[in-house]
Structure formats: structure tokens, C-alpha cells
Write a protein that binds this ligand. Structure first.
Ligand SMILES: [Zn+2]
Length: 335
């Protein structure tokens, strides 16, 4: 997951489009205010504004065609799922909650999501043990209507949603790097997402592999890792086997580029101090070319961490680490 700013443009027009009964928000307000005969069940409102083309287009621009949670590019044949961060029709585990219907057409509540992050289904996820043995386990992940909170639940339009203290991370409001890290080492846990802790772990502490988010949160609290990170990893399924494999491949590519970068640096240095019978200009020319080659390799590494690149958060984490280890420059500094 990577932080994204929604910018200052007004919300997409489709969200506030009117028909003869007003905007969708006005219509759903009227629908929810209808007094029903005793025992009658309120019909579900058919929300549609969030599916407007203008909404999909803006989300596509902001997130570069990637899922807001897992940073996968949506398959070209699969249309984007416009996801409600706060679920619009019901809330998991809250039988009397009507859902956050007043946020169904609210721009800041909409995110693009892939099917795997959005829908609850069985996935294979890794369980990392203390000796870095990675076992595979099948469990249900996917957000669906989940919206765990640490504060008090907003049940009406007038309630303060900030008082809820949402547990799930929202890449447009939160800085995911404060809560979720990626295991960068070249071992069996390579590419695994794990909750950030105050100390540098020897093995990634992945969330307790259970489907109950309260248990995941309790376990994270006890082990001193980010509760929001742990629950988000579990609910969005950020350690689905395919995702971990893709991140591991990306890390392998970065390690390869780093190796070539370092080798070129070594050759360049030994050339510069060699006492050979070549004219100084030829020698300088050779080392200059090698230095330029190093810059091109660095550019290639940085491309993998650009906002457009799939799984760029893991590449960003690798580059931060690389700068510390190899370039000794502050993050964001140019070599
Ligand atoms: Zn996803």
C-alpha cells in the first residue's frame, strides 16, 4: 500500500448528479427517513452514483490503474471495483447498523480495489515461524463489509466519523509506511508484509493467522506491533500467496540491479587507480562511461519505485534501505 493524495480538484461530477428527485444523497436520505409499519423491513436502496464513469476515471488517474490496497494493476479485462472504505449497506458484526449510506456517494470514501482485496474469499497466506520457515495456510481474507474501529461507531449522518478511530488503513488519509513494512531479505520470507514495530525484527511478525480481526488486533497489541498494520494486512489479504510471490520477484530484480551497480563501481575504482600506459584522457573516458552506466542502473531501480509501478511500496522500502547501506544518503537524496 502506498500513500496517495486526492489533490484539490472538486469531487467527480457523477457523485452529485441530480434526477427529478434530487441527488443520490438526497434520495437516500428520504428513503431512510420513511416511517415503516411495525415489523416491515426497509428495502435496500440501490446505490449507483459511485459507479459513474467520472468516478472510475478519476480513481484510475489517482491510483495509476492500481488497487488502492495491494498495488496490483487490475487485469485489463477486469473492470475496477469502486470500493467503499466505510461500507455503504451494512457493517460486518453490527446487526442493527444500516451501513454508512450517507457516505455512499462521498468522494473521500471511495477507493479503487481489486476483487481479491474487496471480496471475502479463501486465500493461501504464509505463516512465518521464528526460524523463518514459511508454511502456507488457507484462510478467508478480503474486506467485504468489514470496518473494525477502536472508538465509538457512527450510526447516523450527524455522528462524528473521526471519533470511530478506524482501524483499517486508508491510503488517502494514512501513511501506510508507518504501519506496514516489507521483508526485504533474500530468504524464504522475502516480500512478506508485516506490521511495523518499534524495534527492528529478526523475522517478520506476520499477523496472527486467524480470520477474527479482534484476535488479530489483540495479538498485535500484545506483541507491540502496529495494530492498524496487522489488521489491515489480514483484512485486505496483503499476504496472499500471489502478492508475496510478485513482491519477491520485484525484490530479486532490485537485488540483481544493485549487484551490477556495485560491480561497475568496483571496476571503475580499480581502473582509476591502475597505473597503465594509457593516455589519461582515455582512462577518464572509460571511468566516466562506467559512472554513467551506474546512473542508468540507479534510474532503472528508481523506476520500479515510481507511483505508476505495481507494488511500488516494497521497491520504495528497498531503495530506502539501499541508500542507507550503499549510498549513505538521506532518503530522497540523489546519488
Ligand atoms: Zn488489491
Amino acid at each position: 500500500m502506498r500513500g496517495v493524495s486526492r489533490g484539490s480538484k472538486p469531487p467527480p461530477a457523477g457523485l452529485t448528479a441530480r434526477n427529478h428527485d434530487g441527488t443520490e444523497l438526497e434520495r437516500v436520505r428520504a428513503h431512510m427517513a420513511q416511517v415503516l409499519p411495525a415489523g416491515a423491513k426497509r428495502k435496500a436502496f440501490r446505490f449507483a452514483a459511485y459507479k459513474a464513469e467520472s468516478v472510475k476515471k478519476r480513481l484510475e488517474e489517482l491510483f495509476h490503474g492500481k488497487c488502492a490496497y495491494c498495488e496490483s494493476l487490475y487485469a485489463s479485462q477486469a473492470p475496477v471495483d469502486v470500493e467503499h472504505y466505510r461500507p455503504k449497506g451494512r457493517v460486518e458484526g453490527e446487526t442493527t447498523h444500516p451501513g454508512y449510506w450517507w457516505l455512499a456517494a462521498e468522494w473521500t470514501n471511495l477507493l479503487p480495489s481489486c476483487l481479491d482485496c474487496n471480496r471475502r474469499r479463501k486465500q493461501v497466506v504464509p505463516v512465518v515461524s521464528a526460524d523463518l520457515t514459511v508454511l502456507q495456510q488457507r484462510m478467508k481474507t478480503g474486506k467485504q463489509d468489514a470496518f473494525p474501529i477502536a472508538g465509538s461507531r457512527a450510526g447516523r449522518e450527524v455522528d462524528d466519523i473521526l471519533a470511530e478511530r478506524a482501524v483499517l488503513l486508508d491510503p488517502t488519509r494514512d501513511d501506510p509506511d508507518q504501519h506496514i513494512a516489507f521483508w526485504l531479505d533474500d530468504d524464504r520470507a522475502s516480500g512478506v508484509a508485516y506490521p511495523v514495530s518499534g524495534t527492528t525484527p529478526k523475522v517478520p511478525t506476520v499477523p496472527l493467522a486467524v480470520e477474527n480481526t479482534a484476535d488479530v488486533a489483540g495479538d498485535a497489541g500484545r506483541t507491540g506491533v502496529s495494530v492498524r498494520g496487522a489488521v489491515s494486512i489480514q483484512v485486505y489479504g496483503l499476504n496472499r500467496l500471489r502478492l508475496v510471490q510478485e513482491r519477491a520477484r520485484l525484490l530479486q530484480q532490485l537485488r540483481f540491479l544493485e549487484g551490477v551497480f556495485l560491480d561497475i563501481g568496483d571496476v571503475s575504482q580499480s581502473l582509476a587507480i591502475l597505473n597503465i600506459e594509457a593516455p589519461q584522457t582515455q582512462l577518464t573516458d572509460a571511468t566516466d562511461r562506467l559512472d554513467r552506466l551506474q546512473v542508468r542502473i540507479l534510474d532503472q531501480m528508481k523506476l520500479l519505485a515510481e507511483p505508476e509501478a505495481p507494488h511500488s511500496a516494497v521497491a520504495q522500502a528497498y531503495l530506502r534501505d539501499f541508500r542507507k547501506r550503499v549510498l549513505s544518503l538521506p532518503p530522497g537524496g540523489h546519488p
